[in-house]
Design a protein around this ligand. Structure first.
Ligand code: DQA
Length: 146
């Protein structure tokens, strides 16, 4: 499929623990189950999605740097790196393809340190607080940007 019809979905640290991790905040779906829902929507929308998860900031930076060669847009849940990573922000800015920031929980209704997203200014927009639907809305938004 043409690059313009391909979206990279990036999952940051600890999201591999979804399903078991603080289910009251993040729900009971596993990362695999979330990916299957995104995949189903991608098929409906006629785009191809690729999923990558890493607990490592450097690996996420590498994938963002390489993304423009293969993908037209990004959906990213940077998880805890959202609040700390200048490197991810710089990589998103440098990549120059549209990115949508998503969060399962509403980061503005939680601890003070979560209310600041360092990547927010490097993305087209942010979807936060809708559970798994944040990813689905994020994919729709990314596809609008293609
Ligand atoms: C999160 C919110 C972050 O603050 C947190 O560190 C996460 C997940 C979310 O999807 O709600 O790991 O990005």
């Amino acid at each position: 499929m043409a690059k313009k019809k391909r979206v990279l979905v990036l999952h940051g640290p600890n999201l591999n623990l979804l399903g078991k991790r603080e289910p009251k905040i993040y729900g009971r779906l596993t990362l695999e189950q979330i990916n299957r829902k995104i995949e189903a929507l991608a098929q409906e929308l006629g785009v191809e999605v690729e999923f990558r998860h890493s607990n490592s900031e450097g690996e996420l930076v590498d994938w963002i740097q390489q993304a423009p060669k293969q993908f037209g847009a990004l959906v990213i849940n940077a998880a805890a790196y959202t609040h700390s990573s200048v490197a991810l922000r710089d990589a998103l800015t440098a990549a120059g393809i549209p990115a949508v920031e998503v969060h399962i929980s509403n980061i503005y209704r939680r601890e003070e340190f979560r209310k600041k997203s360092l990547i927010a200014e490097a993305v087209v927009g942010q979807i936060t607080g809708f559970g798994v639907n944040s990813y689905l809305l994020g994919l729709r938004a990314a596809v609008e940007c293609l």
